[in-house]
Design a binder for this molecule. Sequence first.
Ligand SMILES: NC(=O)c1ccc[n+]([C@@H]2O[C@H](COP(=O)([O-])OP(=O)(O)OC[C@H]3O[C@@H](n4cnc5c(N)ncnc54)[C@H](OP(=O)(O)O)[C@@H]3O)[C@@H](O)[C@H]2O)c1
Length: 217
Amino acid sequence: MQIALLGGTGDIGEGLALRIARDTDNDVLVGSREAEKAAAKAEEYTDKLPDTTVEGLENPAAAARADIAVAAVPAYHLSDTIGAVADELDDTILISPAVGMQRDEDGLHYNPPGVGSVTQLAAKAAPDHVPVVGAFHNLAAAKLANLDADLDWDVPIIGDDEDATATVTSLVEDIDGLRALSAGGLANAAEVESVTPLLINLAANNDGMHDLGVKFW
Ligand SMILES: NC(=O)c1ccc[n+]([C@@H]2O[C@H](COP(=O)([O-])OP(=O)(O)OC[C@H]3O[C@@H](n4cnc5c(N)ncnc54)[C@H](OP(=O)(O)O)[C@@H]3O)[C@@H](O)[C@H]2O)c1
């Protein structure tokens, strides 16, 4: 499959690009609002993985070729990003890893949009025929991008479309050290997303804790 990372020039995009390119049989397309930025980042990723080729394209061109597109952009730019590629999403599964958070003097707080969660916001912004699946919300980008680091994380998956959810589950399971777990339908997305600020607050308040993820026993 062709996996497009919209905003794949950023932190979570880099980690996912490197892991998907290294661990799976899929082709990785790095998307950006700027073609040159996408090309430069794709070259940087390819340099880290000499046996693979990562391509860089503007977001709509990456989406047009994608079987799966990951909207790897900040939550407040998610709807615009999906809108910019909507016409190109044909038989494409859209993954949303985005979490809405707000910072104050105590730390980070979950800050969902009015529809209940950012994943549901993505579903609202996507064309009706495009299945939206939530995944990767609780991963730490820096550890993901460090290819020397072994992962041992669970990835809660939320989605209403059975086939799309199964496809995303397979993609997640193909990445070394990740286990996909069903967390139910899109209506359950807020529970998954709200774990992310908890992980960041735990890391900020406890010595020696960083790049936290989740593992359920
Ligand atoms: N960082 C993490 O550890 C982590 C973990 C789990 C989930 N997430 C979620 O993943 C999403 C991306 O996080 P991130 O840390 O990777 O973000 P980021 O590095 O700040 O940004 C990712 C990309 O978003 C694009 N972007 C920036 N401003 C934009 C705008 N106005 N309109 C459209 N695109 C814009 C940029 O790509 P171009 O300039 O190339 O277009 C940028 O490289 C967030 O929703 C976050 O909640 C992050």
